[in-house]
Write a protein that binds this ligand. Structure first.
Ligand SMILES: NC(=O)C1=CN([C@@H]2O[C@H](COP(=O)(O)OP(=O)(O)OC[C@H]3O[C@@H](n4cnc5c(N)ncnc54)[C@H](OP(=O)(O)O)[C@@H]3O)[C@@H](O)[C@H]2O)C=CC1
Ligand SMILES: Cc1cn([C@H]2C[C@H](O)[C@@H](COP(=O)(O)OP(=O)(O)O[C@H]3O[C@@H](C)C(=O)[C@@H](O)[C@H]3O)O2)c(=O)[nH]c1=O
Ligand SMILES: [Mg+2]
Length: 299
């Protein structure tokens, strides 16, 4: 099948470009200027020109803090652009895969969020992603929305790479221990999308296959717990690691407010699609192996 991916250099796009050809798919991955989600004029033309069997949106405005002062751009990409891409797919009768975030939730529910739990984002990024979910579902009834969280990979910007960089520079590192969630490796997300594609292409509008699903890694942790696992793995690979200090959100002020507990209940994707959360600790090992060059062995 021919798969059009919006995005080329982002974490998920890179993993999809690596994964989908292994299932025999022909992949076209486009980034600006060839496909710019903030430029409504060119979106439908890019889909027409590629003539795909399915469209996957792996592009987004993901700078959570910067979004607080770039509201218009965040909404142009994450809401308007996502909706137009979904509409362009619908106009050709194509299914649409869209990715959203745990940040659509406020994070004060005290229990994992089900797929139909009420949303209430605390920041502009989450608001723009929620608006994007609505635009996508309104534009294309054959859309699947995968809400995920804490995405990491050897590529692009993410928490694993930030921790390794800061850890190499500092004696001690303070990380919030009161925000709960689950890391998700882009590789595992790409694998899930690869497994979904044949069923989505075959499924008619109205099928259970479409709609909102949650998919993160497992088990749940905090950012501090995740950092501890990163440094444990880094130390095993011979890296000098910092002293890690647990702190509260109040001790780490940021422009955007993050949800305290946006754990996502992934029950629906297990029931409908038979896809289970991957153990992020295994995926972290792979990621660290890719990021940390082993020291030369003496002979
Ligand atoms: N990263 C995370 O922790 C999480 C991500 N998600 C969602 O998962 C999806 C994939 O995220 P991820 O791969 O991590 O994101 P990245 O930030 O790694 O990649 C996003 C890509 O989108 C591109 N992009 C930005 N603006 C535009 C535009 N106007 N038109 C076309 N492309 C654009 C970026 O290009 P450039 O770099 O040049 O700006 C980048 O290549 C997104 O929908 C995101 O919201 C959900 C939960 C967590
Ligand atoms: C760098 C650093 C961060 N932190 C905190 C800040 C924040 O609460 C948490 C994570 O920081 P980050 O800035 O990497 O995370 P953030 O950019 O908020 O990550 C989010 O990105 C978007 C795109 C999503 O969709 C979310 O699922 C989530 O992955 O760790 C520390 O406590 N100490 C530190 O040294
Ligand atoms: Mg970030």
């Amino acid at each position: 099948m021919r798969v059009l991916i919006a995005g080329r250099t982002g974490q998920l796009a890179v993993e999809l470009m690596e994964r989908l050809p292994r299932d025999g798919h022909l992949v076209t991955a486009l980034e600006p200027p060839d496909l710019d989600l903030a430029d409504s004029a060119g979106i439908a033309a890019a889909v027409e020109a590629t003539a795909p069997d399915i469209v996957v949106n792996a592009a987004a405005y993901t700078a959570v803090d910067k979004a607080e002062s770039q509201r218009d751009l965040a909404f142009a990409v994450n809401a308007t652009g996502a909706g137009l891409l979904a509409a362009a797919a619908a106009a050709r009768g194509l299914p649409f895969v869209h990715v959203s975030t745990d940040y659509v939730f406020r994070g004060d529910g005290g229990a994992p969020y089900a797929e139909d739990a009420p949303t209430d984002p605390a920041g502009v990024y989450g608001e723009s992603k929620l608006e994007g979910e609505r635009a996508v579902l309104a534009a294309n009834p054959r859309s699947i929305i995968l809400r995920t969280a804490w995405v990491c990979s050897p590529h692009g910007n993410n928490f694993v790479k930030t921790m390794l960089r800061l850890g190499a520079e500092r004696e001690s590192l303070s990380v919030v221990d009161d925000q709960h969630g689950a890391p998700t490796f882009a590789h595992d997300l790409a694998d899930a999308i690869a497994r979904l594609i044949p069923g989505l292409v075959a499924a008619p509008a109205g099928s259970d296959a479409f709609g909102i699903f949650h998919l993160t890694g497992a088990p749940w942790t905090t950012w501090h717990g995740f950092a501890a696992a990163i440094f444990e793995g880094a130390a095993q690979r011979g890296q000098r690691v910092p002293r890690l200090v647990p702190i509260t959100t109040a001790q780490y002020p940021t422009p955007a407010r993050r949800p305290a507990d946006a754990r996502l209940d992934c029950g629906r994707i297990i029931r409908v699609h038979g896809i289970h959360p991957a153990d992020w600790r295994r995926s972290l090992s792979r990621c660290l192996a890719a990021l940390i060059t082993p020291p030369e062995t003496m002979s």
